[in-house]
Each structure stands twice: as C-alpha cells, then as structure tokens.
Design a protein around this ligand. Structure first.
Ligand code: FMN
Length: 193
C-alpha cells in the first residue's frame, strides 16, 4: 500500500514513500535485499566515524527471529509477527579510540536505522521501528556485553494484508499520515520564534 507524504515542497520519492506499516507479507526478503539494507546502514555517517551500530538479524522461523519477537511488548508482537525480518538495533556506548562515553551513540545508531528504512523503500520493502520492547531481556537473550545497549527493533518486509493483523491495529493502516507544521519546529531569531 502506498501512503505518500503530502509534502508542501517537492522531496525525493523514497523519503515521501517511506511509512511504517504493521501488516507485512509472509514473503521472505531476498538475501541480496537484506544485504542492501545492511550495506546502507554501514554507509551511514557517525561522530568520529565510530560506526557505533550493531545489528542482530532474525529471519522468520529462525530461533533469532523468535527471540527478538519475544522481546517486543505484546501490542507490538500482535502485528510484528507478520514481518519476515526482525532486526535488533544495538548501540556501542563508548568510543573505541579513548573508551570515553559516546554521547551520540544512540543518535548515530538512529541515523543508521533510518538509512536502512530508506533503503528498504528503494528495495520495494518497508521498515517499522519499535522502542516498545524490553532491552534488558534482549541483552540477556543475546548475551549483549556491557558497554552496548539494545535500543530498538525494526520489522522489515513487503507490504501484506491488513486482514492478517487485529482489526483495531489494521484500522491505523489507512489513517492519513500527519506531521506538525514546519513553523512549529523551525525558528529564525530565538527559540520558538
Ligand atoms: C524510535 C521509534 C520508536 C517507535 N516505536 C514504535 C512502537 O513501539 N510501536 C509501533 O507500533 N510503532 C512505533 N514507531 C513507529 C511510529 O509510530 C511511526 O514512525 C510514526 O507514527 C510516524 O509514522 P510513519 O513512520 O508511518 O511516517 C516508532 C518509531 C520510531 C522512530
């Protein structure tokens, strides 16, 4: 399903066509497309080129996929179980060059994840990020070492059938996408003005 952003200025097709569905198709994602998602993340920018992102990828029916699914809050599990690929997004919290805290590790991880989500659109896929999950449980299940933080999970796949997810959630699939006005977030003299 297409839900292009109703933009007030022309923007590139991929950004306009990215949205976060909850009804995914059962169709597996081809290996080359999974590689493309990961390669896109790899080329994201980061402070000091630290590249503080790590990903645990689970393909449907694999143990890893099931484990990632169990970390999600129940509400997310109801729809995310339709996704053929679940990715656990992890930040490395200290810089490698001096072992000091990297205050922008999660910022940089977020950029990499956003880059993946845009590449997904390029590949005819969709991604849906979630922070409704239990990071501590993820750390236990996957032996994530100290100094790393499980920050979010992304569900990826082709668009599916809203009938395959609970009706109240499916309703949101047809909701129009909305955004605040630019004037609420862009200022020119002082904050708020
Ligand atoms: C960091 C982050 C966390 C999110 N967590 C959840 C979540 O736990 N469950 C969910 O259904 N959607 C989640 N979302 C999806 C947002 O609700 C969605 O991106 C937002 O409503 C804008 O819609 P769009 O992505 O379709 O433009 C999350 C998105 C982001 C970026």
């Amino acid at each position: 399903m297409q839900k292009p952003a109703k933009t007030k200025a022309p923007i590139n097709h991929i950004i306009a066509h990215r949205w976060s569905p909850r009804a995914f198709s059962n169709k597996a994602i081809e290996e080359d497309k999974i590689n493309a998602l990961l390669e896109a993340a790899r080329w994201s920018s980061s402070a000091f080129n630290e590249q503080p992102w790590r990903f645990i990828i689970g393909k449907k029916e694999e143990e890893t996929w099931k484990k990632i699914l169990t970390t999600l809050v129940e509400w997310n599990q109801q729809w995310a179980k339709t996704a053929p690929l679940l990715v656990l997004n992890i930040a490395k919290l200290n810089f490698t060059h001096n072992n000091k805290p990297n205050d922008v590790a999660e910022y940089d991880l977020g950029q990499a994840v956003a880059t993946m989500a845009l590449e997904a659109v390029h590949q005819g896929l969709f991604g849906h990020q979630m922070t409704g999950f239990d990071g501590k449980k993820a750390a236990e299940l996957f032996n994530i070492p100290e100094g790393y933080k499980a920050v979010s999970v992304t569900a990826f796949g082709y668009y599916g059938n809203p009938d395959d997810i609970p009706a109240d959630i499916a309703k949101q699939e047809i909701n129009e996408r909305s955004r605040n006005e630019l004037k609420e977030m862009v200022f020119s003299t002082t904050f708020g003005k």
